[in-house]
Design a protein around this ligand. Sequence first.
Ligand code: ARG
Length: 481
Amino acid sequence: MSKDSEGKGADQSSAPGNVPGSNAMWGGRFSRGPAEIMERINASIGFDQKLHAQDIAGSRAHAAMLVASGIITPADGAQIDAGLEAISAEIAAGSFAFRVDREDIHLNVEARLAELIGPAAGRLHTARSRNDQVATDFRLWVRDAMDRLEAKLQVLQAALIDQAERHAATVMPGFTHLQAAQPVTFGHHMLAYVEMTGRDRSRLADARRRLNECPLGAAALAGTSFPIDRAMTAAALGFDRPTANSLDSVSDRDFALDYLATAAILAQHLSRLAEEIVIWSSAQFRFVRLSDAFTTGSSIMPQKRNPDAAELTRAKTGRVTGALVALLMVMKGLPLAYSKDMQEDKEQVFDAAESIELAVDAMAGMIADLSVDEGRMAAAAGAGFATATDLADWLVRRLNLPFREAHHVTGRVVKLAEDRGIGLEALSLADLRGIHPGIEADALEVLGVAHSVASRLSHGGTAPARVREAAGLARKRFLLS
Ligand code: ARG
């Protein structure tokens, strides 16, 4: 798209009677145009052209309201509406010239409207300001971003739930401190991420509900003397209601911060799963295999299958969190109401939205295509004396030992196995009895990983029966089908 500012001075953006080069929209009292450097620091068209659809929708709603409220004539309203529609078509066709000398998306659209329909264009800005205009446009954009993210999160959750059902009984080591702790099932592990992304969706819905009030009509900061109908524009743009306070309306960017905070927490979750995929797919673990579609090779080491998509998903967390911190810093200490600082809100949000959407898509693709090496996982699940707690629990249940004593006895059993370099399940009954004479044959059974996971039937536990049930419930809670 063109962002040239040639023709500045001689151009149509100077209003009749204005000094050549001064801004047609606000240049009436200026005796010269802006310095080139001023134009560069001031202009936002390079990035806020992304708001074109929202800007035009907002203007059409505003013009219709001005007509309905008797503030402009139906004839002017009709011309404005047709002109805005024509601009929409020009932008869609790629023939609209975005101009730096016209500063931002609002002035670009309005100046083009003047070219297309003449003086009636000048009536569109009655009872509004760019301050409430940009607040409205940006809310509409962020709302769309929230809706896109919500849809993508459902796709990710569906992939996680599918894997959970497929692997409800597939045992793997559960870790704490990245040390084998107790066996769990892979399905259970997948469902942990369903809960996390479920909270992300809940945060998103919450943020959307708060966002969905319309600032249009707050005008520059104080409201307007025209008899506008704010409920009408709010409804036309799909907002629940108009915002309550005009000062807050033009100075609030909480909706963008809410979105970025939600995206940052989500990115955090994705980074954890991405990290696990990196670990699990390593040659040392080989728990999972990423599909060819989500790995890359090395130009020098033919054996390599690199989990680049997972690594990049992990890395996107930095960008998204950076955007949140950047906007928090921009907004910090700004006096009411609008300050130009707030123009720095958009690029952060645009970049974060692109990054988080890509990360969710990549994760959904990786999870859907992931294949699990059940044998490797089962072997690892039994390693590291992972069923020691099961023996301690048996001692409590069957011999009525206090848990602390059972823990101690089990510790000696672990030590014995460790000294011999074997697993717990390879110990004989005589070995166990040598440590505690009360131990009986069925204690050996609890040392198997399948038995271990199957016994964890408590609510939210890892037993395959529970995981199947939880996956079914997750489908109902989070997905339509
Ligand atoms: N481009 C501006 C922004 O993004 C629009 C609002 C300008 N308002 C003003 N009073 N200069 O924030």
